[in-house]
Design a protein around this ligand. Structure first.
Ligand code: DP6
Length: 366
């Protein structure tokens, strides 16, 4: 597939108006995407678990414009209220996807989004938000072209989502999604996320992710700025190589269900991500004292009990605690007894691996 495969045919018979709605989940990267080239091309490959509970629901109403202009015509509501600060980001997104959705300038859009996770949880909603919006826009194209096959729909919605936010391309399907060209995975591509094509042991089919909300406010440095700082970063080359290598290592780990090796790769990826932040120019630190307290407690608990629980981090202070279903009760108990004290207002979110986005309207099979 190339970019050209995603250009929609020019169509004359658009409906005058309509409504579509999709719900898309968040995802948590195991091998991290950090650094990018122009056009939202990742500097290194990544892989993530698709989540379930943390999701964005978007309703998109569209109405044909009497006089289409050069500008995009849309309004954005978040949790029922107009949200003007999102308009510039959405304009950039519309500009980037317009070559692939030629109808965009012919309609007025009302975008209405809602997150299932608390508004100020410090959890990035760009992945689930951009995925839900991309699915809605592509749903309009599908209404004009009902023959569009399911795989193409999945690939193109991931392709569009990537143009909004890189990690969003991993928020379309479930349950393990890989993005970025890498030699060990034949069908891998920089253009969209693919379902992990190799065997995955059942221990990795029911993973849990308990998200400890260490800090719920705005981050000091955005992901987009952080990616930019990988340009000219003294360790960038080695880091990008390491990501390829870790994906290759994961193939056996997933196949045989090697939890010990899985933990080594995932925790090292999280710490490497933050090491890149601490060694960029300008340097910055997103972990907080409580992030480190939690990490220490996790290591101690694992050493004492042998329970395969581990952590990963996003570009922020919150800690994602990962563990398989078989040890769920023990892990939840440990989290409540020892880790919740380090969360802001004791808040945390229980999530788990999910199966990907779902169409809400028109309802499936109607
Ligand atoms: C640390 O996808 O938020 O979560 O492409 O600029 O929107 P943009 O960046 P974004 O970066 C996510 C970075 C990460 C790692 C990951 O999810 O792979």
């Amino acid at each position: 597939m190339t970019e050209n495969d995603f250009v929609a045919p020019e169509e004359v018979s658009y409906p005058d108006s309509g409504t579509v709605a999709w719900k898309a989940p968040s995802n948590i990267a195991l091998v991290k995407y950090w650094g990018k080239l122009p056009n939202q091309i990742p500097a290194n490959p990544s892989i993530s678990f698709t989540l379930d509970a943390c999701a964005t629901r978007t309703i998109l109403e569209f109405q044909k414009l009497e006089k289409p202009g050069d500008q995009f015509s849309f309004e954005f509501f978040f949790e029922g209220k107009p949200k003007p600060d999102f308009i510039p980001k959405l304009n950039v997104f519309f500009e980037r996807v317009a070559p692939y959705l030629p109808f965009l300038r012919q309609f007025h859009f009302k975008i209405d989004s809602l997150n299932s996770f608390p508004h100020s949880s410090g959890i990035a909603s760009s992945a689930s938000g951009m995925a839900a919006l991309s699915l809605c826009l592509l749903e309009i194209e599908r209404q004009l072209n009902p023959e569009m096959d399911a795989l193409y729909f999945e690939q193109k919605s991931s392709f569009l989502a990537r143009l909004g936010s890189g990690s969003a391309c991993r928020s379309i399907a479930g349950d393990l999604i890989q993005w970025g060209k890498t030699p060990s995975i034949d069908k891998s591509t920089d253009l969209y996320g693919i379902r992990y094509p190799f065997e995955v042991h059942r221990d990795f089919k029911n993973y849990h992710d308990t998200i400890l909300l260490v800090h719920k406010g705005q981050k000091m440095v955005s992901s987009t700025e952080g990616h930019g700082l990988m340009q000219g970063h003294p360790f960038a080359g080695q880091r990008f190589q390491q990501a390829h290598k870790n994906l290759e290592r994961l193939q056996e780990v997933f196949g045989i269900g090697d939890l010990e090796e899985f933990i080594k790769i995932v925790e090292s990826e999280a710490l490497t991500l933050h090491a890149m932040m601490m060694t960029s120019q300008p340097y910055f630190v997103l972990m907080l004292p409580n992030t480190l307290e939690i990490i220490q407690r996790i290591w101690q608990f694992r050493k004492e009990t042998g329970i395969p629980l581990c952590f990963t981090l996003d570009a922020g202070a919150n800690v994602h605690v990962l563990y398989p279903q078989s040890v769920k009760e023990r892990c939840i108990q440990f989290i409540q007894d020892e880790l919740v004290a380090y969360c802001e207002n004791g808040h945390y979110i229980c999530d788990r691996i999910g199966q990907g986005a779902r169409r809400m309207f028109p309802q499936p099979n109607t």
